[in-house]
Design a binder for this molecule. Structure first.
Ligand SMILES: Cc1ncc(COP(=O)(O)O)c(C=O)c1O
Length: 392
């Protein structure tokens, strides 16, 4: 049996994905509903992480901690071996999560009334976080050609010319669409932001999860100049440890680093907790890398299961997937209204994300999380097929 075939009961474990659906969807749902929504996997974290945490647990003393050399070296080694990228130790800052780190960067480097630019559709906290901080989210819609997404660079530059735009947030690889940015696109994005004095924040939380033959190229590696770039990474998507809360912020520019450090001091943001530090060291190891390779194989076959099942549904098209364990399903040709399909899916016991959650251009799409055992996914896909069939 494949490691990832094991079905682990997650109901009644305080799991947001499994135990909060009723509240999230704000309606009654069948008790056996399969959650394919939030980006959280139904797999146990690798043994190397559990052992590292257990070792800390057995030590029994959980006093104040800090991200020591071993933790720092584990991160540097991971970026070097997985992404062929050199990270200087002094560049690394830490935060409890990538979303809180986005909040910190928005707050520390932009002011009320500024415009924060992003692609669209996009992971919702990219616009929610700035809006909660009285900034305005502005969008550069992604351009699709034969299933390939990119930026319209003329439109992008036009948006950057607006002096109110002070920050561009890049999602790399892209959530929800699941594509990777190419090295040449990244070079252009970095150069245009530099030219127009716009800070560039690159969220690379999904960087380890490229499933296609493309490689993840960190923006810091692709860009010719890096003093206007801040990059966010984490082990949490890769190893399914989001509940442990850990993220890293790479800030090559010393002045910006100081600004962010001072911001953290003012907001009492201190080091990661002892278990998060242990988890990072455990994760970014040879065993972690081997587990990740197996995970990606499993996700590739799950991705194919989705393509095989959903391409049989008239009017439904599955976006070619390069990265992440999230798939972007286009049902625009069915002409179904979003509320109708979402309700019907829930009636059939399967919970996906509605595309409009990711912005206006997400309308007519669904986001589907494939990170679960094959038996669970197969059952969910049958329910999705029945849902669409119920409209014919
Ligand atoms: C692009 C992106 N950034 C950030 C996050 C969440 O990061 P964190 O849990 O560290 O706040 C997610 C979670 O799905 C994500 O997809």
């Amino acid at each position: 049996m494949n490691l990832f075939d094991e079905v682990i009961e997650r109901r009644d474990t305080g799991s947001l994905k499994w135990d909060r659906m009723q509240a999230i969807y704000n309606r009654v749902i069948p008790e056996d509903t399969i959650p394919l929504w939030i980006a959280d996997m139904d797999f146990a974290a690798p043994r190397c992480i559990r052992e590292a945490i257990d070792q800390k647990l057995q030590h029994g003393v959980f006093g104040y901690s800090f991200e020591n050399d071993a933790c720092q070296q584990a991160i540097i080694h991971w970026l070097a071996t997985q992404h062929d990228t050199v990270i200087q130790p002094e560049w690394i800052l830490y935060h409890q999560g990538v979303v809180p780190a986005i909040g910190a960067v928005v707050d520390a480097f932009t002011k009320k009334g500024d415009h924060i630019l992003m692609t669209e559709p996009i992971y919702p906290p990219f616009f929610h976080v700035p809006e909660q901080m009285d900034r305005t989210a502005v969008y550069c819609p992604l351009k699709e050609e034969d299933g390939t997404y990119t930026l319209d660079f003329a439109l992008f530059e036009q948006a950057l010319r607006d002096e109110k735009v002070t920050l561009f947030i890049l999602c790399h690889p892209h959530n929800p669409i699941g594509f990777t940015w190419s090295e040449s696109e990244l070079k252009t994005i970095a150069a245009l932001c530099k030219k127009h004095h716009v800070l560039l924040l690159s969220d690379e939380i999904h960087s380890d999860l490229v499933l296609s033959s493309e490689k993840h190229v960190p923006l810091l590696k692709a860009a010719e100049q890096t003093d206007h770039i801040i990059s966010l990474f984490a082990p949490t998507k890769t190893f399914n440890i989001a509940g442990i809360h850990a993220a890293f912020i790479f800030v090559p520019d010393a002045a910006r680093r100081l600004t962010l450090k001072k911001y953290f001091e003012r907001h009492f943001i201190s080091s990661l907790n002892v278990f998060a530090i242990a988890a990072i060291e455990g994760a970014f190891s040879e065993e972690g890398a081997r587990w990740l390779a197996q995970l990606k194989d499993y996700l590739r076959t799950n991705s194919q299961l989705v393509v095989d099942a959903l391409q049989t549904i008239p009017g439904v098209r599955v976006q070619k997937q390069q990265a992440t364990y999230l798939m972007w399903i286009d049902y625009r040709d069915t002409l179904l209204a979003e509320a109708d399909i979402m309700n019907a899916l829930l009636d059939h016991g399967v919970a996906l994300d509605a595309g409009s959650k990711y912005g206006a251009h997400g309308k007519g799409f669904l986001r589907l999380n494939i990170a679960c055992p094959k038996t669970t996914l197969t059952e969910a896909l049958e329910r999705i097929q029945k849902t669409f069939a119920s409209f014919t």
